[in-house]
Design a protein around this ligand. Sequence first.
Ligand code: ARG
Length: 298
Amino acid sequence: MRLYRSTAELDFDSVSQLPPRAEPGRVLMVRPDYFEVAYVINPHMEGHVGAVDRQRAQEQWEALRGTYERLGFPVIALPGVEGLPDMVFAANQSLPFQSPEGERRVWMSRMHAPERRPEVPYIEAWYRSEGYRIDHFLDPEISDFEGMGDAIWHPGHMLLWGGYGFRSSLRAYEEIARRWGVRVIALELRDPDFYHLDTCFCALDERTVLIYPGAFTREGLALIGALWPRVLEAPESEARRLFACNAHCPDGRHVLIQAGCRETIRCLRTQGFEVIELDTGEYLKSGGSVFCMKMMVY
Ligand code: ARG
């Protein structure tokens, strides 16, 4: 299919014209047994090496898992692996997809940081055991793609939003668009604090997205404005320090978000969402929050 980088390239007016896409109903998480900040691969990790409180991290993880279960989403919890402290960020190693024919497929990541590359085979093994059809990049020039950290499906439709610049490359989306036959809107990221698309862009429902505008280019903001009828904005302090946009709305109604994002939460409630505040403080030290601690799977 196609990759779009500006509104001038769009050949459809509205996402509602694009084919429907089934949403996954289960949550894949990786236990935080070996979670820590052991190296610095994003600006949020600076000053936090060795500073994770394991007990609190465990409690925060359990609270998130319990929240998904209460909302009716079964959680699959994979064991952590010693020496892979970031594997708990289950959004990054893969991108699952269900084809229009109903086939469950997954694209495996090529992690930007060498420290994280060994995580991918463990996650791939789970998909294999589930009978997914597994795709890897064929183009040897593609060095970076970090799964759902950067590639976010438009709720309910066959459209992928792809962030690039820090952890994923534009070229990765060309191959995904072509081989999966999907449209991809490419959004360049320009602020290192917002190194993954999921740090500044949260798809809430078919019509609504929550963003931090300062993370995008002019073209990117124009694409977002053209295709989302409702664009909510998180204030800079909440987006940068509390990962307000790393929230997750699994059902178009409840929004799981880091506690204390006051203005963002007020805005979400005004728009009719039910907000569930969670403390992900130990994970913020590593540059992650709710959205990156799980993967929605079919
Ligand atoms: N420390 C991890 C890294 O830098 C955090 C990943 C957070 N994941 C995310 N999807 N934003 O890779």
